[in-house]
Design a binder for this molecule. Structure first.
Ligand code: HPA
Length: 237
């Protein structure tokens, strides 16, 4: 028996799941990096796969865009499939002068304009943070491989097309590094269930400079980030 949004059988997912937003990116990651890949779910074309990386089982599944969609998949993966480590591998728009297209951002914390974590937390402000046990080895692997990496706060917005053109500058003034649409929700789901989560982002847009990566540069960035995450987290087991 599956869940309303995932048709896999129990045991079909590894305890570590990589979560790109785009289901076709999940397919690409599975076929590029994992051995013995099996498709495990495709409800609404939200593709999920399980395979292995250097002999260790790893799954990868799309989340769709935005906190509501990502929260559905993350919650069902944890509650029904026993997933314990959720690692978003996504893209973001940088809001910091010092960051270039193609750099990596590790979301140590995630602010948001979404109400989901307040709903979870009785209207109080919840500090949505990454799991240190995931963040530390990814940061160490980036250092070992001289990968440009920034570690800090991101902002998960509900509105890709928001009403406030001054938002990127406002975020920058609070030392926020970039904008995505899922990290704060993923961290809320993980906290609610006592599991680990991390968001790693490749910079595909620069919102202060109106720069945008090409499709091939996006793929290169996501691939480099995925390899870094697998090397860091699977080797650390
Ligand atoms: N905004 C929100 N999410 C994003 C962006 C952006 O500019 N670029 C990539 N993901």
């Amino acid at each position: 028996m599956g869940t309303p949004h995932i048709e896999a059988r129990q045991g079909d997912f590894a305890e570590l799941v990589l979560l790109p937003g785009d289901p076709l990116r999940a397919k690409h990651i599975a076929s590029t990096f994992l051995d013995a890949v099996q498709p495990v779910t495709a409800v609404r074309n939200m593709l999920g796969y399980t395979g292995s990386w250097r002999g260790t089982p790893v799954s990868v599944m799309g989340t769709g865009m935005g906190i509501p969609s990502a929260s559905i998949y993350a919650t069902e993966l944890v509650r029904h499939y026993g997933v314990r480590r959720l690692v978003r591998v996504g893209t973001c728009g940088a809001v910091h002068d010092d960051i270039a297209l193609g750099d990596l951002i590790l979301a140590m914390g995630a602010c948001t304009d979404s109400g989901v974590n307040r709903q979870r937390f009785n209207g109080m402000d919840f500090a949505a943070i990454a799991s240190f046990d995931l963040l530390q080895p990814v940061a160490a692997q980036a250092r070992r491989t001289s990968t440009p990496l920034r570690i800090g706060n991101v902002f998960s917005t509900d509105l890709f097309y928001g009403p406030d053109p001054a938002l990127p500058r406002r975020l920058s003034a609070m030392s926020i590094l970039g904008i995505d649409m899922e990290a704060a929700g993923l961290y809320g789901v993980a906290a609610e269930h006592g599991v680990q989560a991390l968001t790693v982002l490749t910079v595909t847009d620069h919102l202060l400079r109106d720069e945008h990566a090409s499709a091939s540069a996006r793929t290169t960035g996501v691939d480099a980030m995925t390899r870094l995450v697998l090397d860091a987290l699977v080797a650390a087991d």
